[in-house]
Design a protein around this ligand. Structure first.
Ligand code: DGP
Length: 111
């Protein structure tokens, strides 16, 4: 996807603060962090949203969430995973991404 922001990050055309990478996924710090730890986990292949991603890639992302939570030191106290989807979900970047948020207690529902 030529004009997709996160595809550009995958290709290295836009710099990012990378925290994890493998053949399937990339994780990097959100540019507008909403918590002390705020990492975006994306598949390298372009999927518009959770509605399009295949089960194998999604399952791998779940495995990487656990690894990141441990490595980032937020597994013990807990964290939040957010997948904004579509217009009402206020998804601004149309490339599937998990927000992984932790490092403080977060109220629910969010403001
Ligand atoms: P969402 O609203 O769920 O589509 O979240 C998109 C997130 O992407 C938002 O929290 C800000 C983040 N973001 C937007 N542009 C960039 C960028 O160029 N670099 C990084 N690291 N994050 C970005």
């Amino acid at each position: 996807m030529d004009n997709c922001l996160f595809c550009k990050i995958v290709r290295g055309e836009i710099p990012s603060s990378k925290v994890y990478e493998d053949d399937t996924v990339l994780a990097f710090r959100d540019i507008e962090p909403q918590a002390p730890v705020h990492v975006l986990l994306i598949p390298k292949e372009h999927f518009d949203s959770i509605l399009e991603v295949d089960e194998k890639t999604f399952a791998h992302m779940k495995t990487v969430v656990k690894k990141l939570a441990v490595d980032l030191g937020i597994a013990e106290n807990g964290f939040r995973v957010v997948i904004n989807t579509g217009r009402d979900g206020q998804q601004s970047v149309k490339h599937l991404h998990f927000h992984i948020l932790g490092g403080r207690s977060m109220q629910w529902p969010p403001g």
